[in-house]
Design a protein around this ligand. Structure first.
Ligand code: SF4
Length: 698
């Protein structure tokens, strides 16, 4: 329809689709979202006037006929609509019965990295204060948990050390395990621009992704051997005396043990294991070591492994020995996935080991601080770390976890081995799900609570670059939906707890009181146009564009970075005669995570991304007799899936690639729920051995 500009409402807000953190104006009229357009670039520090296809066009889900608008309760295996009173009472009864019979640690809560910081803060308070358990986690466990573990132990914070200057002005990028043009398109534009102006781009990846086309060097690596080639670079740099001795001497602990540990990673060993030709290893190492500044960018290709934390130790070690941390144009930049996984998935503490702001949940001083603020008896504050998300599914399988409360997550598509995940959810004694759609996860629930979507919510998201940014209600909530935090508050009230929040801003005030890195964040400052990147230590502090310029902030408290030895181990499973191919996984531009939102957008599902597919190299396709567009079957040691073939030179001949977004024919029909990366408990999504059969059904 055509509207006059004067007839529409304009709301400047933050994108709800990925962690780049684009801001734009949403145009709405009579409760309908008409579209997004650039806002004043001053209000959009990350993206200026750029946005990608998802931020611009993905809004028809808001009015989708399947949108949940009333609470649902299950009766005789069927859902029926219920009042809020009835649905909330059922949740309190379901959770309460499990606490009474088995204790609070028989419950698991999954918070949402799509929801606001305020929603997530309240959810972790609900777990700890009301239910009495640290069994709370979120989808960060399925993606960058290894990054958080590795960076926190080495540098201080489990977050990007860089701000935007490094992204836009560095002299050199090492990009690995990141399909940046599809997963973080607006970041990719920045990188491409800087490369056009002379910055060096080095891409190490198993697939010839689009960024490889404009890179100065593209090197294919074997999936699962990242520690091997990074350790090989470290060895070569030290051997050639290209390391930054002054930086190491003044700011780093652990150099000698790392130097010794990388001795076996000779160029020949690296070539044999990781498939990296020695001359390519050396030229990349020289470029990085000789550059005045360098940004190390990665995504799940490094993190989603059974040795993901080792990969992060390795890349952090590489950055440290070359002195490329702690200046404005250098640093370590994990590209986060969900819109608010940095803030809601980490900073706000819906984590089994940390209160908000990465304050240990088992430290007695911290426990006392939170107990005091919440006016609760310290004895009632849980004192042991809870289950990580992946462990919740294993514990439920073992009969130790009896009930779950899932807020805005869809583990029946996103967990490794979704057959296993579905069985676990089906067998729970009680499951409540809070979402905006009846997802495949919600189908298993006893009660479903309808929440507001991003365009109907107020609060903040925190971007990949640690920008805390306002999300604003652009239209009134649909039907009988409520903001996530308001639902949690209503549940707490039924358990006998009176929380005084009336607005999301009230919640942020509590967050800033209790969370030093958010100490000076308030909605008022953000409304006034301040650009705040945490840490924001107090209300006069301007925020921190990049980290560690003077000191590192690890638990050791000595202001040094602490290098950790990264073991170069093989992936958890290796190809054999029966399962000769390696399947790796990732994202596509037009879809977002489990597709709850984007599959509802016709424009995004046209063409090949409307269903699952597998990329197969032409040589492999010829060997197996597969043609473009035919259906094939992949079978792993853990499951089977049928999908369409896309014949392309992006993967190498021994490998195939399947996107992560799909349930039917999707990658997680084939992945495995264990073993897990020991420090982070992340599963192996990136290396699954499969056999391919040239027959399959749509
Ligand atoms: Fe939204 Fe990410 Fe696209 Fe920006 S790059 S518009 S934050 S989906």
């Amino acid at each position: 329809a055509d509207y006059r500009l004067s007839d529409v409402n304009v709301t400047d807000t933050t994108c709800g689709h990925c962690a780049v953190g684009c801001r734009f104006d949403l145009y709405t009229k009579d409760g309908e979202v008409l579209g997004a357009r650039p806002t004043d670039p001053e209000k959009a520090p990350v993206n200026g006037i750029s946005t990608c296809v998802k931020g611009k066009f993905t809004y028809s889900y808001v009015d989708d006929e399947d949108r949940l608008t009333e609470p649902l309760v299950k009766e005789n295996g069927e859902f029926r609509e219920a009042s809020w009173d009835e649905a909330l009472d059922r949740v309190v009864e379901g959770l309460g019965d499990i606490i009474d019979e088995y204790g609070p640690d028989a419950l698991g809560l999954i918070a949402s990295s799509k929801a606001t910081n305020e929603d997530n803060y309240v959810m972790q308070r609900f777990a700890r204060e009301v239910l009495g358990t640290n069994n709370i986690d979120n989808c960060n466990r399925l993606c960058h948990a290894a990054t958080v573990e590795g960076l926190a132990a080495t540098l201080g914070f489990g977050a990007a050390s860089t701000g935007l200057e490094a992204l836009e002005e560095t002299d050199c990028y090492l990009l690995t395990g990141s399909n940046i043009t599809e997963a973080h398109p607006v970041f990719a534009t920045r990188v491409k621009q800087n490369v056009a102006e002379g910055a060096e781009l080095i891409v190490f990846d198993p697939r010839k992704i689009q960024a490889a086309e404009y890179a100065d060097q593209f090197t294919r690596v074997e999936p699962g051997y990242d520690t091997t080639w990074i350790n090989g670079m470290i060895r070569y740099i030290i051997e050639e005396d290209l390391h930054d001795e002054k930086f190491i001497e003044e700011r780093v602990d652990g150099f000698e043990k790392v130097k010794e540990s990388v001795q076996q990673f000779t160029p020949e060993f690296v070539e044999k294991k990781a498939g990296v030709p020695p001359e390519e290893l050396k030229s990349a190492a020289e470029t990085i070591a000789n550059a005045d500044s360098c940004m190390f960018g990665w995504a799940l290709g490094l993190a989603e492994h059974t040795h993901g934390t080792d990969n992060i130790y390795a890349i952090a070690n590489l950055a440290l020995i070359t002195g490329h941390v702690g200046d404005s144009k250098s640093g370590l930049a994990p590209f986060r996935g969900q819109n608010n996984v940095q803030g809601g998935g980490g900073d706000m503490g819906p984590l089994p080991n940390n209160f908000p702001g990465y304050q240990s949940a088992t430290d007695d001083e911290n426990r006392a601080k939170f107990a005091d603020y919440w006016d609760m008896d310290i004895e009632d504050m849980p004192d042991e770390e809870g289950y990580r998300l992946t462990e919740m599914f294993l514990a439920a399988d073992d009969g130790d976890l009896k009930g779950m409360f899932v807020q805005g997550e869809n583990p029946t598509v996103s967990e490794p081995n979704i057959d296993h995940a579905q069985k676990v959810l089906e067998d729970l004694e009680f499951l409540a799900v809070q979402d905006i759609f009846l997802t495949r996860t919600a189908e298993h629930a006893d009660v479903v609570l309808p929440a507001t979507s991003t365009v109907e919510s107020n609060g903040t998201y925190t971007s990949s670059s640690r920008h805390v940014q306002l999300v604003k209600r652009a239209i009134e909530p649909k039907g009988n939906t409520k903001p996530d935090w308001a639902i949690t508050k209503a549940l707490a009230q039924r358990f006998g707890y009176e929380w005084e929040y009336e607005t999301a801003s009230d919640i942020m005030n509590e967050i800033s009181d209790l969370t030093p890195i958010y100490g000076g964040v308030s909605h008022e400052r953000l409304e006034n146009g301040e650009e705040l990147q945490w840490p924001v230590w107090d209300e006069d502090h301007p925020g921190t564009p990049y980290l560690y310029d003077e000191k590192f902030l690890t638990d050791e408290g000595d202001e040094l970075a602490h290098m950790h030895v990264a073991e170069g181990i093989d992936p958890a499973e290796l190809p054999d005669e029966q399962f000769p191919l390696v399947m790796t996984t990732g994202r596509v531009l037009y879809q977002y995570h489990t597709g709850t939102l984007t599959f509802r957008e016709e424009g995004l599902t046209e063409g090949y991304t409307g269903e699952s597919f597998v990329e197969i190299h032409p040589d492999t396709a010829a060997e197996y007799g597969v043609s473009e567009g035919e259906y094939v079957t992949l079978t792993s040691r853990h499951g089977t899936a049928e999908m369409k073939a896309a014949v392309t030179e992006r993967p190498s001949p021994g490998e195939v690639f399947t996107p992560m977004h799909y349930f039917k024919g999707g990658a997680n029909n084939l992945t495995k729920e264990e073993p897990l990366d020991p420090p982070s408990k992340t599963a192996e999504y990136k290396v699954t051995n499969v056999q391919l059969t040239a027959e399959g059904q749509p």
